[in-house]
Design a protein around this ligand. Structure first.
Ligand code: PSU
Ligand code: MN
Length: 307
């Protein structure tokens, strides 16, 4: 029945990841939808490599996640990253609900936040980094309500997601309300305001602030001890995209006909055009910064004894 009976042949950890987990050393999971669907080539591969390097530089082991040839994976080889980043490869965007069919069917798939934290949970990894989580989309006349499964997956997978808030194209206040309804802890990392991905200000306060990795690790350990599953650690972007709000408005307006999972890639591509590529640079620096912060938190958490 519904028991978690994945065989060893179905989930494969990279050797470094397996060793680190066995020894209680810090590990940070990374998503790959950002690489396969979110960023243009060749910056996507560079970003994937830079995230892994940032995690290593801070003393943790990167566990980049994907589904490849009938296996859930955490910890990829360079050639596998290259395949996921290849614009000519047909790479599926996998949320957590998609892991089953992708695994059974041998599909090549990149993980969203939801997919990545589900794999992390199965592997026993407690920290994950991304750019921005999915959330509640702005309502659009004639379109069905669109809420990312990232939100619900945070209620199931005990993983701290380090991000610069939610994707900028979303309805940020509605996303924060939904996180509250779902009882997902939200921590501002050195900030009082929930960041808005391309900018440090959203006008919305965070419920709680932590300063530095030690405070974050303490707050997360206590949240897990009191029954939380996933948590959001919101980190202000290291650099900002000037005029982001207006540019995002315009991109969304122009991609009004796009539906479902295609909305993010279409809007991001248009934002990149409208900013002459500057949004891509900010996006990469945000993702790499979050990977570094996630590693700092994972290191602090492992030092206090993990869980
Ligand atoms: N943020 C970005 N680019 C992205 C994503 C987030 O700047 O490509 C991806 C992440 O993988 C996130 C996913 O989990 O979008 C959410 O997609 P959806 O709204 O379709 O659930
Ligand atoms: Mn959606």
């Amino acid at each position: 029945m519904g028991s978690q009976a994945l065989s060893r042949a179905e989930i494969r950890l990279g050797p470094e990841v397996a060793a680190a987990l066995a020894e209680g050393r810090p590990v940070v999971a990374l998503e790959t939808s950002l690489i396969a669907q979110g960023l243009p080539s060749p910056r996507n591969l560079e970003a994937a490599v830079a995230c892994e390097e940032a995690v290593r530089a801070r003393g943790a082991v990167p566990a980049t996640t994907a589904v490849i040839a009938g296996e859930l994976r955490a910890g990829l080889e360079r050639q596998e990253l290259e395949r996921l980043a290849d614009p000519g490869a047909a790479v599926h965007k996998l949320s957590s609900r998609d892991l089953g069919w992708a695994l059974a069917g041998g599909a090549l798939g990149a993980t969203t936040v939801a997919g990545a934290i589900r794999i992390a949970a199965l592997a026993g990894i407690r920290f994950m980094a991304t750019g921005g989580i999915g959330g509640v989309h702005r309502s659009r006349a004639g379109h069905a309500e669109d809420q990312s499964a990232d939100l619900v997956e945070l209620t199931r997978s005990p993983v701290a997601v380090v991000c610069a808030g939610a994707k900028m194209i979303l309805d940020i206040p509605a996303t924060l309300e939904r996180l509250e309804s779902l009882a997902v802890p939200v921590l501002g990392y050195g900030c009082d305001e929930f960041p808005a991905f391309y900018s440090a200000t959203s006008g919305r306060p965070v419920p709680a602030r932590v300063d530095g990795p030690l405070e974050a690790a303490r707050a997360l350990a206590a949240a897990w001890a009191t029954g939380a599953a996933g948590a959001v650690v919101a980190v202000p972007p290291p650099e900002e995209l000037l005029g982001a709000a207006g540019i995002v408005e315009q991109a969304l307006h122009e991609s009004a006909a796009v539906e479902g999972a295609a909305v993010t890639p279409a809007a991001l591509a248009r934002i990149a055009e409208l900013t002459g590529g500057r949004s891509v640079e900010v996006n990469v620096s945000v993702v790499v910064n979050n990977a570094a912060v996630a590693a700092d938190c994972a290191v602090a958490w492992a030092r206090r004894g993990g869980g």
